[in-house]
Design a protein around this ligand. Structure first.
Ligand SMILES: C[S@@+](CC[C@H](N)C(=O)[O-])C[C@H]1O[C@@H](n2cnc3c(N)ncnc32)[C@H](O)[C@@H]1O
Ligand SMILES: *[C@@H]1O[C@H](CO)[C@@H](O)[C@H](O)[C@H]1NC(C)=O
Length: 260
């Protein structure tokens, strides 16, 4: 087993990430002003989107390498039929789909700054013709309907570290549940509030800066949001590996939507 990182190291890593993100926001701000002049200041969301896309894109290889050591590859491999990938970001999961099981994938991603990274990954995968990136959030039912994504039309929803990043995870899970066919799968690997007291206190201290600058929340009860969204066949199969020191304790599984 590799040596366990100490508490200090666990704390320093996120602080380094926060500092890196501050630098990226500053770069994105300068870049926007250079391009559009000071009117860019009136569009702070665009600067935030550009910076967070950059943060995830430059770290893409590192995330893929780390996730290679986890259950993520086998979870993504289970996606089949008509798939909705929630928040693909830079497309780190694209190479993990099994093309033979896929009819069509819709990547639903509200941040437009990921398109080039996703396109580059699609070129290297066998999925170019089967993957469609849609520029909206999962809540934008009108846009999704225009693409043919309606209630009960999706075989698999894949959610890899997205519920931490959306505005309203409860609402997002309700949408996910509705879009799934009866018998459809919700495949997820998410993180939330720790059950360890010292770790959850640390999460609470970091969360204000972390959520603003990294774009993801550390303190959510994602399990409740997933379970309360609607009826599932196998809620007992959700896994929560015990990891008391992790600031990103995982919860994972493949839930099947109850059929009638
Ligand atoms: C931490 S990233 C995860 C990226 C990717 N799933 C992966 O495995 O690397 C979270 C993503 O969720 C996206 N997101 C935020 N709000 C969303 C929403 N309402 N609907 C869909 N995606 C959303 C963000 O833009 C971001 O790309
Ligand atoms: C992750 O694993 C896949 C499949 O084993 C391999 O092709 C890929 O190079 C790995 N990626 C990284 C960054 O380690």
């Amino acid at each position: 087993m590799p040596p366990q990182p100490g508490r200090l190291e666990i704390l320093l890593r996120p602080l380094t990430m926060i500092w890196f993100s501050i630098c990226l926001h500053w770069e994105a701000l300068k870049e926007a002003i250079r391009r559009e002049g000071f009117v860019a200041l009136g569009r702070p969301q665009q600067i935030r989107d550009a910076a967070s896309a950059r943060l995830l894109t430059v770290n893409s290889k590192g995330f893929i390498a780390y996730e290679n050591t986890t259950i993520v590859p086998s979870l993504v491999h289970a996606a089949s039929g008509v798939v909705l990938e929630l928040g693909p970001g830079p497309g780190n999961q694209i190479h993990r789909f099994d093309p033979g099981l896929i009819q069509q994938i819709y990547g639903v991603e509200p941040n437009p700054f990921f398109r080039d990274a996703v396109d580059a990954k699609l070129e290297q995968s066998g999925l170019r013709d089967k993957y469609k990136l849609i520029d909206c959030g999962i809540e934008d039912s009108d846009v999704l309907r225009a693409e043919g994504i309606t209630e009960g039309s999706v075989d698999t929803v894949l959610s890899i570290q997205v519920l931490c990043a959306v505005k309203d995870p409860r609402n997002v899970m309700k949408e996910v549940w509705k879009l799934l066919k009866p018998g459809g799968k919700f495949v997820f690997w998410e993180h939330g509030a720790s059950r360890d007291r010292l770790t959850s206190a640390t999460q609470a201290c970091l969360n204000p800066a972390w959520s603003r600058l990294i774009g993801c929340h550390l303190t959510r009860n994602v399990l409740a949001d997933i379970l309360d969204s609607g009826e599932w066949e196998n809620p007992q199969e959700i896994e929560e590996p015990v990891d008391p020191r992790s600031l990103l304790p995982r919860i994972q599984g493949i839930l099947v939507k109850k059929s009638g």
